[in-house]
Design a protein around this ligand. Structure first.
Ligand code: NAD
Length: 495
């Protein structure tokens, strides 16, 4: 953190614990902000917005370019910190930083492409166009499992759009946020005085601090990433004050394996999507819907892959599955497995693994559960490495199962049949914001609009035209008919 520009005094400035799931130990005691402090941060961000909105968008892009440069220079440091704080294995920690770099690159280009339309008007001697303006202060509430990439999806777009940002990271991942803020400050110092104080405010704490942003009418856009439970609380409160919310929520993601699937490719895709990040990704594969004709050729191989996967300290070479974030996560996993058994499921794996004798760290063997039908815990997202496997006989039935849960974020089909693939991605196929063919549901490139979760509309953050959510649109009509000799013969209405 020192290398990234963090003052070491910050690490013992208060009583809010920062824990590492690798060992279960508390590694720092941070200052927690109050709701009043969050409100004051919004005030500073409002002032910053007034100045930032007047800086030309391509120049705003330069700040994001410099941020990307800092992230490149400190990719290893920040990646390691992600591993320490969120428990991701080394390649995934680095991958998260790469995602931040990618969205910075994307946003730099975007800063020259915030296009509005010119629209044919029915009135003679007039011109009509739309103009996109910055929205204001963007509140960003993030989840522990993507502690910094999700912030960057929001912040990079918000900055080039001309908005200021108030960020509340998860109380389970405060350290990476501190490091990112320090890197941002370095980029800002290089950028110069055009980037005002208060352009990025960060407030640390739990739900109450988040609620201060949710309820503040000076925050026109509130982007919150986390569980559907959180989204159900946040969405109506933002709507009540006519704010706009961007909700990236949980996912109970499925993959269909058809009779024509390439089973080697499927095995690799499924194992990565279901066990990667110890099942703690919003896009983790949680339900596998397998055609009855290939079930026996695929599922026993999957079960042995599950039994042989190496669970261990995330930063050690060879580890494929790191720890769960905390005891609650492990308890929730065990409760889901018990409930699956009660519904007639056969559980393989899932037990606690002793790694290094760390009593307060929670490592678990990923679990694969053969279910007689889609019921009980299969219908909910349990944020842990559990894969439920079920059989199907017709594609129609498989699609109905895939769509038959509430939290639909990402989905995929493994098939070599063109018509099955096209059906799955068509209007009568998957109802999720992400629908893939022959790759698992997990992971996403920043170029496409990400996720959204079907209940909240799908596809909202990162690429495509997601930037529009961080701006407001004005339609402008200009009457130039008074100066027109050619208006002769055209009669204008004067009301
Ligand atoms: P969580 O819902 O417990 O917390 C997320 C954030 O919301 C935290 O910062 C928390 O302090 C805050 N929060 C909680 N209740 C709040 C409220 N009422 N008002 C304001 N803020 C509130 O989620 P988590 O355990 O940190 O993360 C895991 C969840 O996030 C999973 O469900 C996962 O699928 C989801 N997730 C989704 C995406 C996505 O892009 N769709 C990405 C990452 C994680």
């Amino acid at each position: 953190m020192g290398r990234m520009g963090v003052d070491p005094a910050v690490l013992s400035a208060g009583s809010m614990p920062a824990n590492s799931p690798l060992t279960g130990e508390t590694v720092a005691s941070l200052k927690e902000d109050s709701a009043e402090e969050a409100t004051a941060a919004v005030g500073r961000a409002v002032e910053a917005f007034k100045a930032w909105r007047t800086v030309p968008a391509p120049r705003r892009g330069e700040l994001v370019r410099l941020l990307g440069e800092e992230l490149r220079a400190h990719k290893e440091d920040l990646g390691l910190l992600i591993s320490i704080e969120a428990g991701k294995i080394t390649s995934e920690g680095l991958g998260e930083v790469q995602e931040m770099i990618d969205i910075c690159d994307f946003a730099v280009g975007l800063s020259r492409q915030l296009y509005g339309l010119t629209i044919a008007t029915e009135r003679p001697g007039h011109r009509m166009m739309e103009t996109w303006h910055p929205a204001g202060v963007v509140g960003v509430i993030t989840a522990f499992n993507f502690p910094v990439a999700v912030w960057s999806w929001n912040a990079a777009l918000a900055f080039v759009s001309g908005d200021s940002v108030v960020w509340k990271p998860s109380e389970k991942s405060p350290l990476t946020a501190i490091a990112v803020q320090a890197l941002y400050e370095r980029a800002r110092a290089k950028f110069g005085a055009d980037a005002p104080d208060g352009l990025l405010e960060m407030v640390q704490g739990g739900r109450e601090v988040g609620e201060a942003l949710v309820d503040d009418p000076r925050v026109p856009v509130l982007s919150a990433t986390g569980s559907t439970r959180m989204g159900r609380q946040v969405g109506p409160r933002v709507a009540e004050r006519f704010g706009r919310s961007i909700l990236e929520l949980g996912g109970n993601n499925a993959a269909i394996v058809s009779s024509s699937a390439d089973l080697d490719l499927t095995l690799r895709g499924v194992a990565f999507a279901a066990m990667g990040t110890a099942g703690q990704r919003c896009t983790t594969l949680r339900r596998l819907i397998v055609h009855e004709s290939v079930y026996d050729a695929l599922v026993p191989r999957l079960i042995s892959a599950y039994a042989s996967v190496s669970v261990g300290v995330s930063t050690e070479e060879g580890t494929l599955v790191g720890p769960l974030i905390d005891k609650d996560a492990f308890d929730n996993m065990q409760a889901a497995l018990e409930s699956a058994k009660a519904e007639g499921g056969t559980v393989h794996g899932g037990e606690r693994v002793n790694v290094g004798g760390y009593e307060n760290a929670y490592y678990a063997q990923p679990a694969i559960v053969e279910m007689p039908s889609q019921c009980g815990p299969v219908l909910e997202e349990t944020f842990a490495p559990i894969l439920y496997v079920m059989r199907y006989s017709t594609l129609e039935e498989a699609i109905a199962m895939q769509n038959g849960v509430a939290a639909g974020l990402s989905s995929s089909i493994f098939t070599n049949s063109l018509s099955e693939a096209e059906t799955f991605t068509s209007a009568i196929g998957s109802d999720c914001g992400i629908a893939n063919v022959n790759i698992g549901p997990s992971g996403a490139e920043i170029g496409g609009a990400f996720g959204g979760e079907k209940e909240t509309g799908g596809g909202r953050e990162a690429g495509s035209d997601a930037w529009k959510a961080y701006m407001r649109r004005a339609t402008n009509t200009i009457n130039y008919s008074g100066a027109l000799p050619l208006a002769q013969g055209v009669k204008f209405d004067v009301e």
